[in-house]
Design a binder for this molecule. Structure first.
Ligand code: KIV
Length: 270
């Protein structure tokens, strides 16, 4: 059984690829500040995501669309000051990667703020951008399924890939982004069977949120782990309730992911 311990050395893209090959799950937390980032390092959290969810969890917006580059840079810098061992991913805000050239300019700023990888939302249309960034040494995490920056196009925060057509589209997007050189892939709110098909089909490690137990890793937003969200999504879990304190909540989340206990059926879409 896994018991959390502090990360011994910095986690790299290669560390995570090896974990996928070895069938060892890794832990990811979306968080936004130095003290939480330090606690993640102490708990052995392999990857932290400075998510643009901070627009909703920290800044009080009702979507991620208003988040700016300056806000992302401010929070990436804070997380990088607090954590020297986890792999730090920085989200690129709405429309800052609409063309490959724009993506290169803005990804450079996120990396210079202290991220080790950038995350972008979208399918095959981003293959050229992934190539542009990775060829120049900027690792990329892709994000498929429910992509919150497209909430108005998707018609709400809904599960994606329930019908065969949309499932095929997401599978094809994943294959093209993998082929283009993406290093990680977040799968958000997709049926567990689709997440498994994608995870088995691609070479890159997959990170699930509302995507069942069969992805290579899990990610949750720190506010959900700590029960701070007024209307928590079905796929999240308040680990503070059981653990009683914040370090304990993070440890319990890490243990449950590593031991294959979280997510449970009640957190999963079928
Ligand atoms: O912005 C974010 O925190 C995210 C995760 C929910 C995957 O994209």
């Amino acid at each position: 059984m896994y018991a959390p311990t502090e990360l011994e050395k910095p986690v790299t893209v290669q560390t995570l690829r090896k974990m996928k090959a070895d069938g060892e799950k890794f832990i990811t937390v979306a968080l936004y500040d130095a003290p939480m980032a330090a606690m993640a390092q102490k708990t052995g959290v392999e990857a932290v995501l400075v998510g643009d969810s901070l627009g909703m969890t920290v800044l009080g917006y009702d979507s991620t669309i208003p988040v700016t580059m300056e806000q992302m840079i401010y929070h990436v810098e804070a997380v990088a000051r607090g954590n020297k061992k986890s792999l730090i991913m920085g989200d690129m805000p709405f429309m800052t990667y609409a063309t490959p050239e724009l993506a290169l300019t803005n990804a450079t700023r996120i990396m210079q703020a202290g991220a080790h990888m950038v995350k972008i939302e979208g399918g095959a249309w981003l293959a050229e951008t992934v190539r542009m960034l990775t060829d120049r040494g900027i690792p990329v995490c892709a994000h498929l399924g429910l992509t919150p920056q497209s909430v108005h196009k998707l018609g709400g925060y809904r599960v994606q890939g329930r019908d065969e057509d949309r499932a095929g589209e997401i599978l094809d997007d994943a294959a093209q982004l993998d082929e283009a050189g993406a290093d990680l892939l977040v799968l958000e709110c997709v049926p567990a069977a689709l997440a498994k098909r994608i995870t088995d089909a691609v070479s890159l490690p997959t990170i699930g949120i509302g995507a069942g137990r069969e992805t290579d890793a899990q990610v949750l937003v720190i506010n959900d782990i700590l029960g701070l969200t007024e209307q928590p999504p079905k796929f999240s879990k308040n680990f503070l309730q059981e653990a009683g304190n914040i370090p304990g909540a993070l440890r319990k989340y890490a243990e449950d992911v590593k031991n294959g206990v979280f997510p449970e059926d009640s957190h999963t879409f079928y």
